[in-house]
Ligand binder design. Structure first.
Ligand SMILES: Cc1cc2nc3c(=O)[nH]c(=O)nc-3n(C[C@H](O)[C@H](O)[C@H](O)COP(=O)(O)O)c2cc1C
Length: 167
């Protein structure tokens, strides 16, 4: 019968070191997030300044951008011009006659950049019609309770806007 091969200390350290490096590299690869694409587009053919509608949104994983895009499409199909933008890429609201603000919900809160957007632009926002939407898992179960939670979330943004406009 073959005797088990003895392994010296140097080979043992080299083998275990290699295994640790390999496992760490696999762990790092496993944790890498796939690149997220955030939709930004424009549609329609507004000829006058101040004749467009802005759909501004905050997102982490992209689905809120898809909802924003769908809203923009409906607007443009009904003859309105629309810009769909990430909130952080909007600096001037003067081209818009109305604004729609959307955000993903995390830990029961709007994303901070959506709140920041409303704060920063509270003055121009107070002069045009503003609508809000959110994306969340709140209404995955279609119950009265989940609808109430989603309505409360929208209500918090609405109250915040009223507060900000009164400052
Ligand atoms: C870390 C994390 C926290 C979340 N917290 C909530 C939450 O508190 N309430 C909720 O209804 N949905 C929550 N969600 C679900 C997201 O709001 C939902 O998936 C949303 O569509 C994500 O939008 P996005 O793809 O644009 O980032 C959470 C998701 C993640 C990943």
């Amino acid at each position: 019968m073959n005797k088990p091969k003895k392994i010296n200390r140097r080979s043992f350290l080299a083998l275990t070191g290699g295994a640790v490096v390999g496992i760490t590299a696999l762990g790092t690869l496993g944790r890498q997030q796939p690149a997220v694409e955030f939709n930004e587009s424009s549609c329609g053919s507004a000829s006058e300044i101040g004749d467009k509608i802005l759909v501004a949104y905050a997102s982490r994983c992209g689905s809120t951008g898809e909802v924003a895009e769908a809203i923009g499409q409906v607007l443009c199909e009904s003859g309105v011009s629309a810009d769909i933008r990430l909130v952080e890429n909007v600096s001037d609201l003067s081209p818009y006659r109305a604004v729609i603000v959307g955000s993903a919900i995390r830990s029961n809160e709007w994303l901070p950049e959506a709140v920041e957007f409303v704060k920063m632009h509270r003055e121009p926002l107070s002069r045009v019609p503003v609508a809000y939407f959110l994306t969340s898992l709140m209404v995955v179960q279609d119950t009265e309770e989940t609808h109430r939670a989603a309505a409360a979330c929208l209500d918090s943004m609405w109250k915040f806007m009223l507060y900000a406009a009164s400052l």
